[in-house]
Write a protein that binds this ligand. Structure first.
Ligand code: TMP
Ligand code: MG
Length: 207
């Protein structure tokens, strides 16, 4: 039962109270955010209270919406940290969607676990690999704790094959030396590639 804000324990005897973690991952342009929005819309039709979150870092399309590359969008709350996200979850929320989850630090794993243990459905969406082809942020841990994993792929523009990776494009002003893989952007900075055509560093666009 809900006692006070964010302090409820899981009531395992209640059929509606079995929480779970879902992860939607894959390369850029693979439809991750589209799939998130589809699941959120269905939950809304089922009259479940939903909340969508995204990290402050992702300001590409909109400050206060989760938006796909195809311009579909739903209102979202921007948060600066995993702790802030936890604080902003309402007691009545049944379904939580978190977009661009690769940008949060490792503390997001504990927050996701706690929210699911409270009986909520937590849908985590993010890049499994950075542009170098290395696991991104807390994604490996999230993939391990998830009850359900969906891995999407885009189309490789070079061969038409399954693009499981995100290619960083060779555009001016990139600081390769920092070792930090975070570079917010979209089509001007990235394109999808398959394993065979992916390069770990900046490459020339094939479009
Ligand atoms: P998307 O998965 O919704 O297309 O968004 C991915 C975001 O992550 C986008 O802003 C670009 C950014 N990004 C990085 O910061 N580093 C990377 O290595 C890659 C592949 C993407
Ligand atoms: Mg997206």
């Amino acid at each position: 039962m809900v006692s006070s804000r964010n302090t409820m324990e899981a009531d395992v005897n209640h059929p509606c109270m079995s929480g779970q973690v879902e992860v939607i991952c894959g390369s850029m342009f693979s439809g991750k955010t589209e799939e998130l929005l589809r699941r959120i819309r269905r939950a809304t039709i089922a009259k479940q209270k939903v909340q969508l979150f995204k990290p402050q870092l992702d300001n590409r399309y909109s400050e206060d919406h989760v938006q796909s590359h195809d311009s579909n969008r739903l209102p979202s709350t921007v948060v600066g940290s995993a702790a802030e996200l936890f604080e902003r979850v309402d007691d009545m929320t049944r379904v939580i969607g978190i977009d661009e989850i690769q940008f949060f630090d490792e503390r997001i794993v504990d927050v996701v676990q706690r929210l699911a243990n409270q009986g909520r459905r937590v849908i985590c969406v993010g890049l499994d690999l950075d542009y170098r082809g290395q696991p991104f942020g807390a994604m490996p841990a999230l993939l391990c704790i998830a009850e359900e994993v969906t891995k999407l792929a885009a189309v490789c523009p070079r061969c038409g094959g399954k693009a499981t990776r995100s290619q960083l494009l060779a555009v001016e002003g990139q600081d390769e030396a920092s070792g930090n893989p975070i570079r917010v952007g979209a089509k001007e900075l990235y394109e999808p590639r398959c394993r065979a055509y992916h390069e770990a560093g900046p490459a020339v666009s094939q479009f």
